[in-house]
Design a protein around this ligand. Structure first.
Ligand code: GDP
Length: 457
């Protein structure tokens, strides 16, 4: 069903000069408006074109030719938005595309808002909300893994997974309701033990999906990474080599990196959101102190810690203090300055644990071993997107609400409360899942989701 009467248009390609630009029109007047400005050279005029066909012709303004272009028609409901859609591929260039767009805009055709084409696709039932969100992720995705993931989610992996949960919940809810509403009928009693098993299993799978949020965040934002180590270990040099610019101050004087500097860098196919922190060491300097506190706090929050040690000087008590603070499961130990003679090896100072250690020369700017270690670390965090993935905070909050509600239902069951109490919680869980997929969602949430999009998508 089509909810919209007005027609929208926008330039769908990025602004700036390019070989081709695409202008998109969607809505009931899309085809008639195209008919008014386009005259075919080869092919039919828009009104006579079938869906999924194109014509080559001129865009004219007051009889004067503005540009030659290819015009494609998609007829409702077989289009991206589910409405009549026309796409005009004209010559790129800001002036020309803006001029054609201005010609298209009129009393019945207005400029599209950010994400409005995809919003219409959602409102017309072409996409679930999780799929629409994946479209935004696909546009902004950097890196092969992020694109693959967004593609899979665009194809509905999360929607399918959530629908499985919803179906299970509905099945349980209906058996409870039927049994409660028709006590006189010969309906088998709902067995509390079976119910508990079913709910526990459902909660386990929901919690499992919830964990995928972490990977989604990493794909979207990159691994939150801190570089840590005592002053002069070479943190800033490594940071600058990774970032490819002189952002941190590199000096021979200990304690010159005073605050946390942030940079987003790529290493292999992995994005790191990199912070260079103050060196972790005992200090009385007030400003240094603040930096040190920040760096200790950032250890807790980080996804990955690059701990830099200077292997060209003896392993010091300070190094030992840092080593003890490191959560090894998320740390890569780096022996820096291996262009000089090494005073010690990690194997001499580490006991039973088996952390990842690499030797580098930060100054050389080349560290394939570090790249391998980071890639291996990131791939351990990966979850297969085919099983569905929680891609953003909105989705996570909805799923968490659902998990909490199922948990409440289980508690009620275990405490021997009436099935009514169980039903209330399961209804809430079901509602949260429908909000997640967008099947039951407020206008405000929809607007927030689509505000992330660019105009023309
Ligand atoms: P930070 O205090 O840990 O940030 O250390 P810096 O990055 O400021 O480096 C301290 C000193 O070590 C500087 O003089 C760097 O040029 C030097 N340095 C850093 N990395 C290397 C390296 O791989 N080899 C050598 N020989 N010197 C390095």
């Amino acid at each position: 069903m089509n909810f919209h009467t007005d027609t929208i248009a926008a330039i769908a390609t990025p602004s700036g000069t390019g070989g081709i630009a695409v202008i998109r029109i969607s809505g009931t007047d899309a085809i008639i408006r195209a008919e008014q400005i386009f005259s075919p050279i080869r092919g039919k005029s828009p009104l006579h074109m079938d869906g999924y066909t194109c014509s080559y012709g001129y865009i004219r303004q007051d009889g004067e030719i503005l540009d030659d272009c290819v015009l494609t028609v998609f007829r409702a409901p077989y289009s991206y938005t589910g409405e009549d859609v026309v796409e005009i591929s004209c010559h790129g260039g800001r002036y020309l595309t803006q001029k054609i767009l201005r010609m298209i805009l009129c009393r019945t055709v207005r400029l599209a808002e950010a994400g409005e084409f995809t919003k219409r696709a959602f409102l017309n039932g072409k996409l679930s909300l999780t799929q629409a969100e994946a479209v935004a992720d696909l546009i902004s995705a950097s890196g092969e893994n992020a694109v693959k993931c967004a593609r899979t989610l665009r194809d509905g992996a999360t929607f399918r997974k959530i629908s499985e949960f919803s179906a299970k919940l509905l099945e349980i809810l209906s058996s409870l309701t039927v049994w409660a509403d028709y006590p006189d009928e010969d309906i088998p009693e709902v067995n509390a033990e079976t119910l508990e098993q079913e709910l526990s299993s459902l909660m386990f799978h929901m919690e499992h999906l919830l964990k995928s949020y972490d990977y989604g965040r990493i794909l979207r934002e990159g691994l939150h990474t801190v570089i840590i180590g005592k002053p002069n270990a070479g943190k800033s040099t490594l940071f600058n080599a990774l970032a490819g610019c002189e952002r941190s101050i590199v000096t021979e004087i200990a304690g010159t990196t005073r605050d946390v500097v942030e940079e987003q860098v790529r290493i292999g196919d992995v994005t790191l959101r990199l912070s260079d922190t103050a060196g972790v060491h005992e200090t009385s300097d007030r400003i240094e102190q603040i930096g040190v506190e920040k760096s200790l706090a950032s250890i807790q929050q980080a996804d990955l810690i690059l701990a830099v040690f200077d292997q060209s000087t003896p392993f010091s008590p300070e190094d030992q203090t840092i080593l003890k603070q490191l959560p090894m499961e998320k740390t890569i130990l780096i022996g820096n300055k291996n262009d000089k003679i090494s005073c010690w090896e990690f194997s001499q100072i580490l006991d039973s644990e088996n952390p990842v250690c690499v030797g580098i020369s930060a100054r050389s700017g080349q560290f394939p071993q570090l790249e391998q270690a980071v890639t291996a670390f990131a791939s351990r965090k990966a979850v297969p997107a085919e099983d569905g993935m929680i891609a953003n905070e909105r989705q996570r909050d909805c799923l968490r609400l659902a998990v909490d509600a199922v948990h409440e239902a289980l508690e009620a069951l275990r405490m021997g409360m009436a099935y009514d109490a169980v039903t209330v919680s399961l209804d809430a869980a079901s509602d949260a899942l429908l909000q997640l997929t967008g099947e039951r969602v407020t206008d405000k949430v929809v607007d927030t989701v689509f505000a992330r999009f660019c105009v023309g998508k």
